[in-house]
Write a new protein. Structure first.
Length: 304
């Protein structure tokens, strides 16, 4: 199952251990093995000796191969896509909405098992607003066609707060479902369309999107987190061609050098625009690969 917790960058090893107790131990007990990257908290003497005393083996990825823990890497990529979508509407409330995101992830059917993590872990499906019978309602009154949620007779302020609370949760879960579907499509072509395998060719005047990974966060997003900012920004116009590098017409507020390697660029296609051009031979060489395990991130239970 997925367990999510919001933490500060300055979290210490003892604080991380307390988060482990609060979010993992109290729900699942001690694991036989703990798989992680080589974050300073996880290689500290405190962390190493703590888990030795607890009888849990620490398995860490190597410095040059962080993908050792592939399952966590995949969940992290999808989680970042989901939170990026949620933050687009509520950029300062992602931590408040984290429990809704965790629930939706654990209520998603995985193709490898055919079940949700909730069912595999507890042999039951959780009740959600989508699974409640039509007779259920919020206010406790008699539901009917004119008042399907039984809110008649409640004060306006109570009614407004009830609807806001329920509808916010429903909206977040729907955004999670949409983001998970979009993340699947993204991951299918994620393997490596950048660097040496990116043989796209642009010309002067072309509109392109720029990978934001090397751009200061404050220049591209209102979200105060590097991981949750947009992956691509733009569009920007190509104003210079230098072999496999391109100079873009960037606003001065971005405060960065305007020339970028082709691996950081991709074509800009306006939403709804018909793609009438046939792909070029060079574009066809940028094959799209997808690890088979990416299919293990499907829809929420009960969704068609």
């Amino acid at each position: 199952m997925v367990r999510l917790a919001a933490v500060r960058k300055s979290v210490t090893a003892p604080q991380a251990a307390q988060l482990f107790v609060d979010n993992v131990f109290r729900n699942h007990g001690l694991p036989e093995a703990f798989v992680s990257d080589r974050d300073p908290r996880f290689v500290s003497h405190f962390w190493q000796h703590l888990f030795r005393l607890l009888g849990t083996r620490l398995d860490m990825s190597t410095a040059d191969h962080p993908q050792t823990d592939g399952q966590t890497e995949r969940v992290n990529r999808v989680l970042e896509d989901i939170l990026r979508s949620v933050c687009a509407a509520e950029p300062t409330k992602w931590s408040v909405l984290l429990p809704q995101v965790e629930f939706a992830l654990n209520n998603a059917v995985h193709s490898s098992t055919g079940f949700t993590p909730f069912y595999v872990n507890g042999l039951r499906h959780p009740r959600t607003p989508l699974t409640l019978p039509p007779a259920s309602n919020l206010g406790g009154g008699e539901a009917n066609a004119e008042d399907p949620r039984g809110l008649k007779g409640l004060r306006t302020s109570v009614k407004r707060n009830l609807l806001s609370f329920i509808e916010t949760g429903e909206a977040v879960r729907q955004r999670v479902r949409d983001a998970m579907a979009a993340a699947q499509d993204t991951q299918k072509g994620h393997s490596d369309r950048q660097g040496r395998k990116n043989t796209l060719v642009f010309k002067l005047g072309d509109q392109v999107l720029l990978n934001a990974k090397n751009i200061p966060t404050q220049a591209v997003s209102a979200v105060g987190s590097t991981k949750l900012r947009p992956r691509f920004v733009g569009p920007f116009t190509v104003i210079g061609v230098h072999g496999h590098a391109y100079t873009l017409d960037l606003p001065s507020s971005m405060a960065t050098h305007p020339t970028f390697y082709v691996g950081l660029l991709k074509p800009y296609r306006p939403a709804g625009a018909a793609e009438t051009e046939e792909p070029t031979a060079s574009q066809n060489t940028a094959e799209r690969h997808s690890p088979s395990s990416e299919r293990d991130l499907p829809r929420e239970a009960g969704q068609a």
